[in-house]
Design a protein around this ligand. Structure first.
Ligand code: NAD
Ligand code: UDP
Length: 320
């Protein structure tokens, strides 16, 4: 049995990761400051004696003895990370410094949840890991993109200078149950709008693309990355290469929900990437038997079911 720390464990991805790690027989410590996370996402784990919850902000140091650390703490939705950009940078950078310092002191292996946003508005398509990206360093997304890029640099340098065992994954757009219904990301926005018969808000002309990964595929990839050989640190893309325009996504969701919602167009936010698709050659080679297994429509069906049930049972949303 390993003892594993998951920062950002009360968030969307973190809650699924905590659940899986517990299921695999580990002891899990979930650390979160509840900025975008909620206890309701992990309340079902609280009866498990091998699950612990710590309210803590990763911008401050913390000491605990664990074998592995998954560093997920950071708001991921553009609406949330732009709410307090300086705090977002501090969370990525100081959070990485504090967690890497902890890993060094206790000799733990540590994985960083980086992002496809390090590629910015990419001029290379699909994006392989050796593409350096096209990020506007002073744009509205830079607090997130540059914070994550700096964190990657910190991870590589702690590995090279201090022999800390690190792993870096670049996560592409991930969706599934336990996303916040109002967190502003496209999948949750469109599903909630469709279920409530509201207009579906496509930003710009809707021809921009994203590649959507179902959350269980991401969690599989994360755990497999943590278990790779010590000398393989990444970065490695984890995503589903199926690429869709936002109009195609909207049409799929209208179809699956049977909604009468209409598509409307709103202005495209600045620096919104026009295209995004992972090259997963490296992941297929390095992560034993990993491949994205949930296609968009299957994943959307599960996610729609979840959001539908939260609409029926408002008490789920009211838990802090
Ligand atoms: P999320 O917002 O649901 O979860 C983030 C969690 O981190 C929340 O529980 C939040 O309360 C916590 N947190 C934020 N700041 C903190 C701080 N200073 N101290 C402690 N906890 C803090 O987002 P998510 O989608 O679950 O993303 C998890 C991680 O994966 C993030 O690091 C994100 O950048 C990365 N990622 C996610 C996606 C995606 O599509 N979901 C894509 C790329 C990268
Ligand atoms: N988007 C949209 N309508 C919405 C929310 C988002 O058309 O209500 C678009 C957004 O402009 C972007 C894409 O959907 O082009 C994905 O947005 P999201 O915030 O989910 O993720 P990210 O831009 O970080 O990939």
């Amino acid at each position: 049995m390993k003892r594993i720390l998951v920062t950002g464990g009360a968030g969307f991805v973190g809650s699924h990761l905590c659940e899986r790690l517990l299921k695999e027989g580990n002891e899990v410590v979930c650390m979160d400051n509840y900025f975008t996370g909620r206890k309701s996402k992990i309340v079902h784990l609280m009866d498990n004696p091998y699950f612990e919850l710590i309210r803590h902000d990763v911008t401050l140091p913390y000491f605990i003895e664990v074998d592995e650390i998954y560093n997920l703490a950071c708001p991921a939705s553009p609406v949330h990370y732009q709410h307090n950009p300086i705090k977002t940078i501090k969370t990525s950078v100081l959070g990485a410094i504090n967690m890497l310092g902890l890993a060094k002191r206790i000799n733990a292996k540590i994985l960083q949840a980086s992002t496809s946003e390090v590629y910015g508005d990419p001029e290379v398509h699909p994006q392989p890991e050796n593409y350096w990206g096209h990020v506007n360093p002073i744009g509205i997304r830079s607090c997130y993109d540059e914070g994550k890029r700096c964190a990657e640099s910190l991870f590589v340098n702690y590995n090279q200078s201090n022999d800390v065992l690190v792993k870096i994954i670049r996560i592409f757009n991930t969706y599934g149950p336990r996303m916040e219904p109002d967190d502003g990301r496209v999948v949750s926005n469109f599903i909630m709008q469709a279920l409530q018969g509201q207009d579906i808000t496509v930003f710009g002309d809707g021809t921009q693309t994203r590649s959507f990964q179902y959350v269980s595929d991401l969690v599989d990839g994360m755990i497999k990355m943590m278990d790779t050989e010590d000398d393989f640190i990444g970065p490695i893309n984890i995503g589903n290469p199926g690429e869709f325009t936002m109009l195609e996504l909207a049409e799929n969701i209208i179809d699956l929900t049977g909604s009468k919602s209409k598509i409307i167009h709103l202005p495209l936010p600045s620096d919104d990437p026009m295209q995004r698709k992972p090259d997963i050659t490296l992941a297929k080679e390095k992560l034993s038997e990993w491949t994205p297994s949930v296609d968009l429509r299957t994943g959307l069906e599960k996610t729609i079911k979840y959001f539908d049930s939260t609409l029926q049972d408002k008490s789920i949303q009211q838990l802090v």
